[in-house]
Design a protein around this ligand. Sequence first.
Ligand code: IPE
Ligand code: IPE
Ligand code: MG
Length: 236
Amino acid sequence: MADISSHPIPRHVAIIMDGNGRWATARGLPRVAGHREGAKAVRRAIEAAIGAGVHYLTLFAFSSENWARPAEEVADLTFLMKHYLRSELAELHEQGVRLVVIGERERFGDTLAVELEAAEQKTADNDRLVLIMALSYGGRADIVGAARKAIAAGIPAEELTEQNFGRLLSTDGIPDPDLLIRTSGEKRISNFLLWQLAYAELLFLPVLWPDFGAAEFSAAIEEYATRERRFGARPV
Ligand code: IPE
Ligand code: IPE
Ligand code: MG
């Protein structure tokens, strides 16, 4: 096993939390049972991130394409997000977690949107872990949104740079992910942080999201420590 104490810890870990449905189906349960169990894994991932000294954790909870699921499943997911926020916010705040939401939160309705906004404000000064929740998030929509802002601001074409364009994305102020983990065995990005993942180390794990815990998180951090990041430069 790699000695993680002597290796860099990723500053920002992003996770595509996939496999809730398969977890439930394998047990003869309705999909919502998998989503419920998945919420427990969210708690474990946050604790593990804090324990490992990771400073930013982005969790993909609902994609802009997930609206295409049956209305009942979308309603279940919306309910679970609301329930999760209400039951976990005090604890998250206590742990020093700052919540940041990216994506089109207003599509979930006013109640959740307003509560998310309040949670962001309440935790705004916390700095132990920045927890970025991607809700109704799409990487392409994020890039198009940034392009629109650039045009609306009248930025001359020749003044548009990777740096100032990046500042118009929903992740402004958040460093790019160092490590992307996707559970469930699927090996794709599914329209997650397309711009921001340019140089992330990718890790696709067979474990289904509801089975993800501290051991899987530690193993991912150890795997990250073995990667050689080059950013296009010639290794010396
Ligand atoms: C991830 O689990 C949760 C969401 C995408 C909301 P899935 O619901 O995609 O589970 P699988 O991929 O069908 O197993
Ligand atoms: C990606 O999972 C989105 C989230 C985990 C929130 P999906 O299950 O929606 O992705 P596909 O459809 O397998 O690509
Ligand atoms: Mg899935």
